[in-house]
Design a protein around this ligand. Sequence first.
Ligand code: OGA
Ligand code: NI
Length: 367
Amino acid sequence: MMSSVSEAHRVNRPNSGHIAPPDFQALQDVPDSYSWPQLDENSSMDLIDPLVSVPVVDLTDPNVVDLVGRACQEWGVFQVINHGIPMGLIKETESEARRLFSLPTDQKLKALRSPDGPTGYGLARIARFFDKLMWHEGFTMRGSPIEDARKLWPDNYTTFCDVMEKYQKEMKELTGRLKRLILASLGLTTEEDLKLTGLGPSGEFTEGSITPLQLNYYPSCPNPSRAMGLAAHTDTSMFTILCQGDISGLQIYKDGVQWITVPPVSGAFVVNVGDLLQILSNGRFPTLVHRVLVNQAYNRISIAYFYGPTPNTQIKPFSKLIEPGDVPRYRCVSWGEYINTKAKHLNKALSLVSNMEQVENHQSHKT
Ligand code: OGA
Ligand code: NI
């Protein structure tokens, strides 16, 4: 299983010449290899219409199940407040991330992620699918980051590890809560329903669940309209919990027509639908297309926690959501198999596991 995941990471690599981020601070302008086609006018960061904005959901609201369900269906994303995670821990985690990315380039390269490796410092995972490079550095963890942290700070890696572990523990708990809410909004409340996605009734993970924690760094950029922080993509997760701090940059693609900025809300987490939830909900909660723009004034940090089940979990639309006699929109695959398909085909992965042909045939049959 692991060997086929690694294989998937070796193919399709137009950018194989670039294996590490540069020293962005040393760049006076945006080099051609980082210069993306002019971003469209609608993408202006100032176009924030407060009437058309990503829903903010208070987790203590008595109607929370409804609110979450509506947000997932209409937006694919919402911001959660009153989540109970201490602001102090969020600030500490951001500041540890900042400390990591402020290290000298040579030092960061000591923890460079190997091309097939799951953890460490480096380019965005989606980088190899694009001809242009992104204005971004990343650091990925799975559980304790001790091995990589030792390479970065041989003599004092414990603070970083402690903070990252504490943060992941909080994320795990929040994941359990969010997952119960999301499934309840689909009418799925039994123990059996919860088990299907690799999380037990009280929110505990099955041993081996795939839950990477990704620190993202978007250095300030001399010419932001030519650069791209993170190109448009969907997340390989059931859902993702993102802390974007106080600096905007994240944009979502709404209704297939326009890019909308997700305005930073102090202390809130951005929760977005990932590919797995689109499959499980039989398309009712569509995965969110999103990207990140950069700016001239600030270095931006974000922290993304991706929730997925164990690789051998069989994933398919919940049978309770399929009308009797209808064909599910997606076929059954293991989560590991889906991760491999995504690593090879990026944005085409969902259509590769789709049953749309059969669904259409079936529908024309009915009429
Ligand atoms: C990601 C992502 C958004 C951000 O890491 O997949 O979309 O604001 N991050 O950094
Ligand atoms: Ni993402």
